[in-house]
Design a protein around this ligand. Structure first.
Ligand SMILES: *[C@@H]1O[C@H](CO)[C@@H](O)[C@H](O)[C@H]1NC(C)=O
Length: 345
């Protein structure tokens, strides 16, 4: 009997332990559901978030006298021992230098990327070095570079069609993402923008193992991490927040964000996107499915949560009994007396 109680106690602790471990995963999944559910309603309530882009020869009304973002283009090429030639991106890189001739261009590779993170973001370094996929490093690195230097981050499969100078009047701008949220293939930011700091603050707590590489990257560093943090940042903004604290999304003149989305092989008003689409694999398909059916997904999470709460309540009810019995059997010295103690019940 004492053994059964020990097993029961072990099960209860194991269950509590599992719930404790999973609570961060559940938090991240519920944030995805919240992003999908609130992104478009947020844009509808805050149309000022949309930057209605016009091509360079017809510049937008300046929001500021001066540029907020410096004229620097950052690009990232991490090979980490793989045999990946930079040559196939040469044309894209050259196009961006050609249409932005006065800009400084930084290409970050394995060695100087790690040196940069170690020098300026030592608190992030253990995560940066610990990630299993180089795409995770490339994601975190772009946020840190923009926080430190400001400027523009561009994926290597982007070809530039228009100068980016006019956008420097904004403090932070990205394209929207499908099916909701913001995309991190193109980011323009001033240095030390509040959103980037909010983003980097979330790196440690989102560094979780998911067992599925695509989902692990999406939620720890990639587009969903970026979008979930974006949603929680904009929720924290108030009517008094200045333009230099705000974040913008590229839209066309009618306020539609779709024409600027960098998904698949597309040409947007600013760029041609190579469409090195990583939307393959069953975990990516799962994310798209969750995006399309987020109400069901939210209901599912609700069920999981209720079950978890119920199990915890059951556990906490039975726990004092278990510990009282334990104490009783421990207080007594002989096995036989302990057995008597058990029989009392
Ligand atoms: C990083 O190192 C590469 C050589 O691997 C060099 O081409 C590049 O200019 C360096 N980038 C910076 C920003 O110093």
């Amino acid at each position: 009997m004492a053994r059964q109680r020990q097993i029961l106690a072990l099960c209860v602790s194991a269950l509590l332990g599992i719930l404790l471990l999973l609570r961060h995963h559940l938090r991240d999944l519920s944030e995805v559901a919240r992003t999908y559910a609130t992104f478009y309603p947020h844009l509808a309530h805050h149309p000022e978030t949309l930057h209605r882009y016009r091509p360079a020869n017809n510049p937008p009304t300046p929001r500021h006298e001066i540029e907020l973002a410096p004229a620097i283009i950052h690009q990232i090429f991490l090979t980490e021992g793989r045999d990946a030639p930079l040559a196939k991106y040469e044309a894209g890189i050259t196009s961006c230098q050609a249409v932005n001739p006065d800009w400084t261009h930084y290409l970050w590779t394995d060695g100087n990327a790690t040196t940069f993170v170690a020098a300026h973001y030592p608190e992030i370094l253990p995560h940066y070095e610990g990630y299993k996929q180089s795409i995770q490093r490339a994601n975190i690195l772009r946020y840190a570079l923009l926080d430190h230097f400001g400027g523009v981050y561009l994926d290597l499969d982007i070809t530039c069609l228009q100068p980016l100078d006019d956008l420097r009047l904004l403090s932070f701008v990205t394209p929207g993402a499908y099916p909701a949220g913001v995309n991190n293939a193109f980011i323009l930011s001033r240095p030390h923008h509040g959103f980037l700091q909010h983003l980097l603050d979330g790196v440690e707590s989102r560094d979780l193992l998911w067992g599925m590489p695509y989902i692990e990257n999406m939620l720890s560093t990639g587009c969903m991490f970026f979008s979930n943090r974006w949603m929680s940042y904009v929720r924290s903004l108030s009517a008094h927040s200045g333009d230099e604290e705000r974040v913008f999304i590229l839209a066309d003149q009618t306020g539609d964000i779709e024409p600027h989305m960098l998904r698949g092989k597309v040409t947007t008003p600013l760029f041609t996107h190579g469409g090195a689409s990583s939307w393959h694999g069953w975990d990516a398909a799962a994310i798209v499915m969750i995006g399309k059916h987020y109400y069901y997904f939210a209901a599912f999470l609700g069920c999981v949560f209720s079950l978890a709460v119920l199990s915890i309540r059951r556990c906490t009810k039975s726990r004092p009994v278990v510990s009282r019995r334990w104490r009783r059997s421990m207080d007594k010295t002989g096995d036989s007396e302990a057995l008597v103690g058990v029989k009392e019940r």
